[in-house]
Ligand binder design. Structure first.
Ligand SMILES: C[S@@+](CC[C@H](N)C(=O)[O-])C[C@H]1O[C@@H](n2cnc3c(N)ncnc32)[C@H](O)[C@@H]1O
Ligand SMILES: [Zn+2]
Length: 274
């Protein structure tokens, strides 16, 4: 059975009628021009900016297209393919502009799996880019704290560097379903940080999870990348959380940098719902 988004107002399933999604209580949500649907109950939040803005989305898109994080994507795809069914519903939480989401979808299709792949992100700008990238994905602007998918509907949930709620992941996963999350390890981008900060700190890594999960595997994906243009260096910097936290004078330190070799280090943790 194919899963559909659920109504953020009453929780009933939304069915498509042309370019509108509608529940039995007549709550309607129009598909945007590019194909995503906005299910964010924005009146609940007073914040003007939701998630990543256009600048961050563009920087990440340009950077990822150069292939610097291909090894992480390959590990992610491998993890998704370790436990497959003929039909699968997959959700990518904080999917951004769907660079990984599209690759996961294509890998499932190449393995003859009838896959429905959902992408959830709070940033409209990210989903405009995601919708343009891959029409086959089902994309909704929503918070990962209130995922607009029914209980026990997903075979796999993935999350790459995005905030998520463990209780929501457990709610939407089927029993035996996988939660695959990617996160930075201790020395990820340490050389980039060393350019900006006098005392670059290492990332704190904590591998804790709810007792509703059991651990399946933990992979370390490590590499050293050589960025040979200032544009790539700046794009990488803009993708990081340091960009908005760094003052003007520290930001200027990378403005004239034309080459940078830096470590990339990711953990890919696979958990199974008990
Ligand atoms: C570091 S980016 C990662 C994007 C994508 N997974 C990737 O790696 O290319 C984090 C993403 O999480 C989104 N985000 C932040 N808070 C969120 C929330 N509460 N609910 C849904 N998405 C959120 C941002 O808009 C952004 O697209
Ligand atoms: Zn409704």
């Amino acid at each position: 059975m194919t899963t559909n988004f659920k109504c953020p107002v009453c929780g009933l399933v939304l069915h498509g009628e042309g370019r509108t999604l509608k529940c039995e209580n007549n709550h309607c949500f129009d598909l945007a021009k590019h194909g995503y649907v906005n299910l964010l109950q924005s009146q609940k939040s007073s914040k003007k900016r939701h998630g990543d803005d256009t600048l961050m989305v563009k920087a990440r898109q340009d950077f990822l297209e150069k292939g610097y994080y291909n090894n992480l994507c390959e590990e992610l795809v491998k993890s998704v393919l370790q436990n497959v069914n003929r039909e699968m519903d997959v959700a990518d939480l904080g999917c951004g502009e769907c660079w990984y989401t599209e690759r996961v979808y294509k890998a499932l299709c190449e393995n003859n799996i009838n896959a429905t792949v959902f992408g959830i992100d709070i940033s409209k700008q990210a989903l405009i880019a995601g919708s343009k990238r891959c029409k086959a994905l089902k994309l909704a602007v929503a918070s990962t704290a209130e995922i607009p998918l029914p209980d026990e509907s997903c075979d796999v949930v993935i999350c790459v560097f995005a905030p998520y709620s463990e209780s929501e992941v457990l709610r939407i996963l089927k029993r035996g379903g996988l939660f695959i999350k990617a996160f930075p390890l201790e020395e990820h981008l340490i050389e980039l940080k060393a350019v900006i900060y006098d005392k670059p700190y290492k990332n704190e890594v904590s591998i804790r999870f709810d007792s509703g999960f059991e651990k399946v595997s933990l992979a370390s994906v490590k590499n050293e990348i050589l960025l040979e243009t200032n544009e790539d260096i700046i794009n990488l910097f803009k993708m990081t959380p340091y960009y908005y936290k760094t003052g003007k004078s520290d930001q200027q330190k990378i403005e004239s940098l034309t080459s940078l070799k830096t470590k990339t280090e990711f953990g890919v943790l696979t958990l199974k719902k008990n």
